[in-house]
Design a protein around this ligand. Structure first.
Ligand code: SF4
Length: 327
């Protein structure tokens, strides 16, 4: 905000700064209590307003309008009204213009979401084909920022691991059926996108995504989990052990970088990543051995079945012309 008002504004005057308080996010999981953003994050625009109006109202002084509406992105009716109330006085738009702009926005968002999940599926298929490992980052949206994640995602990529985000894992039906179908049919969970079997207080969107992504990782043989957390996060604390148990119970490697903000020297993170790389290489070797053993057993079973069938069904009786000549 300081940069916008004090650096950008003098060069290219701003009419308005839009910094919405996003309270509810769109969610893909089912049967959750809510999809709320962290209140600390959601209300940051209010804190910013307080900071920039405390001694003098800097927005008024610079003739910059500050828009910080509360938004519910999950309920389209609320969202339309909230956006209209925020923008109508400034743009003088009609309700129809407001609605069509919002629909265009959601259409673009859905196309982006689908494209990134499609890409994630392609990468996952390639990992399965080649017997390689990928890492799912279990972290909040801001952990994609290299300034906050200390470059951990990039380093893992450099070490040869495909890195997936917890929010954009593929949701194709065939894949979900492969990972969760048995539990759904057995009645353990009502739906592949349900987390009620492991997490009941499902009101935080990021926590819900994190728990579901942990379940996904635990069921996929080519994925491992790296959890990131900052600032002694009040939302992460209650699910640390849930996540760890979900992932480790399946025998899947789980690594965690907690309290990332505590100015850790880059060297110690690099060292830790090298250790992770070493243990993942060992894990990958074990997986490859298992794949080879499974393939060998598969071949034996097929051969055994072929012989059994041949014994049970010796084929059609020989024709008279095939009979050995009598002497
Ligand atoms: S660290 Fe946790 S509690 Fe703090 S702002 Fe981030 S999500 Fe919210």
């Amino acid at each position: 905000m300081h940069n916008l008002l004090q650096v950008k504004h003098p060069k290219a005057p701003l009419d308005c700064v839009f910094f919405p308080m996003v309270d509810v996010l769109p969610g893909r999981l089912v049967n959750v209590i809510g999809n709320n953003a962290c209140p600390t994050v959601a209300l940051t625009p209010q804190t910013v307003r307080a900071a920039f109006t405390k001694e003098e109202d800097l927005f008024a002084k610079l003739s910059v309008q500050y828009l910080f509406p509360l938004l519910n992105l999950e309920d389209r009716r609320y969202f339309r009204r909230q956006m209209f109330e925020a923008w109508e006085p400034l743009l003088g738009l009609s309700a129809e213009e407001n609605d069509s702009a919002i629909e265009a926005g959601f259409t673009a968002q859905a196309a982006y979401d689908a494209s990134i999940r499609r890409k994630a599926r392609e990468v996952l298929d390639a990992l399965e084909r080649d017997g390689r490992l990928g890492v799912v980052l279990l972290g909040r949206p801001y952990h994609h920022d290299p300034g906050l994640n200390h470059g951990i995602a990039e380093e893992l990529q450099k070490l040869g691991y495909a890195v997936f985000s917890q929010s954009t894992l593929p949701l194709d039906e065939d894949l979900l059926d492969r990972l969760f179908g048995e539990e759904v049919r057995a009645g353990v969970i009502p739906h592949a996108l349900d987390i009620s079997d492991v997490w009941k207080n499902s009101f935080s969107a990021s926590s819900n995504n994190k728990v579901w992504a942990a379940k996904f990782v635990a069921r996929h043989p080519n994925l491992v989990a790296v959890e990131l957390s900052n600032f002694k996060c009040g939302h992460d604390a209650p699910i640390f052990s849930v996540i760890e148990e979900i992932v480790e119970r399946s025998g899947t490697p789980y690594f965690a970088f907690k309290d990332l903000d505590e100015n850790r020297p880059a060297g110690s993170i690099k060292l830790r990543l090298e250790t992770i790389d070493y243990s993942l290489r060992r894990y990958a070797e074990g997986l490859a051995q298992r794949r080879r053993a499974e393939a060998r057993i598969g071949r034996w079973v097929a051969e055994y079945e072929r012989r059994l069938r041949a014994r049970l069904d010796p084929g059609p009786p020989p024709r008279a012309s095939d009979a050995a000549p009598s002497i």
